[in-house]
Design a protein around this ligand. Structure first.
Ligand code: ATP
Length: 303
């Protein structure tokens, strides 16, 4: 077995509508998941001789890695008995920042395992992804999706034309579970009927391949909860607006803030204007699935 690599693109949520809690305790939601060219890089190689099992190396992330779980679940559900593997992750996606970095790595790990085992059954891979968390299915084959249910029901949307995204990371981490709990405390979830009607409006708005939905459908219902837990976000969002963003919002559960621009140049100028911040903001574009097929999975994007 020779070493093989995959890029794992982060995602942003272009709007998030929060609905009621369903029977399993998770919230219903509707969100547009947009992969972006800010990527971790994973490399799979044989585990060193004498290793007792599979190995994940991920500098900068403490504790059990989602990629460990991805390998274990893949072996369990597929029955694959290949020799132990080592997956090394080079992190570029901010951690616990609402950009689904762990889920992106898990999705990329499953692509690597599929390649090395020659097991490519899409239903099996999806079953493994679903078992790992609601953001992982959308990271199995990253593209623009409308996600519903608790985030695991995916509907492919037309890809967007290029546009610019300013990503403003925070020094703080926010736990997704904590943000959802705060959203409940603040009474933010909408009724099921409203969730459904907004879903239809969002699909309609993006059906012809618009870069993003109009302002009223772009809002992130989790934003007041993230701001409540990280009040400095209010100021960050003002800075993003002042730097020229057409729309500024908290990304997913936060605390990363993002700004949307007509083109990459606008986002780059804003990144320069805010370059005094720590961590430094970055300007990026959407990630396109064709980046995999045209240039190969290892060289398809930034990061
Ligand atoms: P999401 O948007 O999916 O809710 P997030 O972007 O807020 O997630 P992650 O970066 O995925 O958050 O990290 C959440 C937690 O998962 C971290 O605190 C970290 O300890 C753990 N984790 C496990 N594996 C990874 C990984 N490969 N990369 C980043 N974090 C990981």
């Amino acid at each position: 077995m020779t070493a093989i690599g995959e890029l794992a693109p982060a995602k942003i949520n272009l709007g998030l509508t929060l609905g009621p809690t369903r029977e399993d305790g998770r919230h219903l939601l509707v969100t547009v998941m947009q992969p972006v060219a800010l990527c971790d890089r994973l490399e799979l190689s044989p585990a060193p001789l004498g290793s007792s099992g599979d190995l994940t190396v991920c500098p900068g992330v403490e504790g059990e890695n989602l990629v460990d779980r991805a390998i274990a679940k893949f072996r369990e559900l597929s029955g694959w008995r290949g020799a132990p593997v080592r997956i090394e992750i080079e992190k570029k996606i901010p951690v616990a920042a609402g950009m689904a970095g762990g889920s992106a790595d898990a999705g990329a790990a499953l692509r690597l395992l599929s390649r090395v085992s020659a097991i490519s059954d899409p239903e099996l891979l999806m079953e493994v992804a679903v078992s790992l968390g609601s953001d992982v299915p959308g990271q199995l084959q990253p593209r623009r999706y409308l996600a519903s249910g608790a985030g695991e029901t995916l509907r492919a949307l037309p890809e967007a034309p290029p546009f610019g995204i300013l990503v403003v990371p925070s020094e703080r981490e926010l736990s997704t579970a904590e943000v959802f709990a705060e959203a409940d405390r603040l009474g933010l979830p909408r009724g099921g009927g409203e969730l459904e009607s907004r879903q239809a409006e969002i699909v309609g708005a993006l059906a012809a391949g618009a870069a993003f939905a109009p302002e009223e459908l772009l809002s992130n219902d989790l934003e007041p909860a993230s701001v409540s837990l990280a009040p400095e976000l209010e100021w960050t969002l003002d800075e993003v607006r002042s730097a020229g963003a057409r729309h500024a919002m908290v990304c997913g559960s936060g605390p990363t803030a993002i700004g949307l621009f007509d083109d990459l140049g606008g986002a780059q100028a804003a990144a320069l204007a805010l370059s005094g911040r720590t961590p430094v903001p970055v300007a990026i574009e959407p990630w396109y699935p064709s980046a995999f097929s045209k240039r190969g999975p290892e060289r398809g994007g930034g990061g």
